[in-house]
Design a protein around this ligand. Structure first.
Ligand SMILES: C[S@@+](CC[C@H](N)C(=O)[O-])C[C@H]1O[C@@H](n2cnc3c(N)ncnc32)[C@H](O)[C@@H]1O
Length: 224
């Protein structure tokens, strides 16, 4: 697939992110990559679900593996909370080693090895990354992904609708709805009006929550 030019940037909480130059779009909020991921996907999705619904094992589907930050934080959460996670993710444009090896998400040697292991685990088949965290990466788009799995949750982490409107379309959101088991949830940093209407049209109950890092709102969709 196409190689896009990526530039390493440092966000306001000190954590790295990437800028995709052709879209002029960053992989995370300028206000804090790590803080945003921790809030939108770990706190408002994984932690919320683990507290309210199910202790595990939990199956996660992610739209856009990118830097691996969400998988990295989820693996850390699994270790901290002694929870088993099965993490599936799609990514049509994998980040290359010369870039991901520079990412500063891990402070200790162990954490840096974890991030590298997530990137180097190969494609299309399950890998045990730690005793509590398994990973399957699919080198494809959400549009082309086919699976019949009943996921507990979806981390919807695509580029913004203003940059990649097609990823947020109703067909994709219906696919997400079908991928979830009853009671399953989806979160995203985006709270755009058309997206929320599409999410409701796909069958989700739409919850608008306080946003991360200076953003007014974020969204959680629930499959009731
Ligand atoms: C906002 S970035 C976030 C990535 C990642 N979750 C992270 O924390 O670094 C969006 C990601 O979605 C990927 N992407 C682009 N088009 C996609 C598509 N059609 N389906 C799934 N992912 C896509 C991009 O390559 C990019 O890695």
């Amino acid at each position: 697939m196409t190689n896009h030019r990526l530039k390493l940037i440092t966000t306001e909480d000190g954590s790295h992110s990437l800028l995709r130059e052709d879209l002029n779009e960053t992989y995370h909020s300028f206000h804090g990559a790590r803080s945003e991921s921790a809030y939108v996907f770990i706190e408002q999705c994984l932690h919320y679900y683990a507290e309210h619904t199910k202790k595990g094992p939990i199956r996660i589907f992610e739209v856009g593996f990118g830097t691996g930050l969400n998988a990295f934080l989820a693996a850390a959460y699994a270790a901290e909370h002694q929870l088993s996670l099965e993490f599936h993710t799609v990514e049509p444009f994998p980040v290359k080693p010369d870039i991901y090896r520079q990412l500063n998400f891990g402070q200790s040697e162990e954490e840096r090895s974890l991030l590298n292991a997530l990137h180097e685990s190969g494609w299309e088949s399950p890998r045990s990354i730690t005793s509590r965290f398994s990973l399957v990466k699919y080198e494809t788009t959400l549009e082309d992904f086919s699976a019949t799995r009943d996921f507990d949750m979806i981390f919807f982490d695509a580029f913004a609708p203003s940059k990649q409107a097609e990823v947020w379309e109703l067909t994709n959101l219906k696919k997400c709805f079908d991928l979830l088991q009853p009671g399953g949830i989806l979160t995203t940093y985006c709270a755009q009006g058309q997206f929320k209407r599409n999410l409701a049209a796909a069958g989700f109950e739409v919850q608008t929550l306080k946003g991360a890092m200076g953003k007014k709102e974020m969204v959680r969709g629930v499959k009731n």
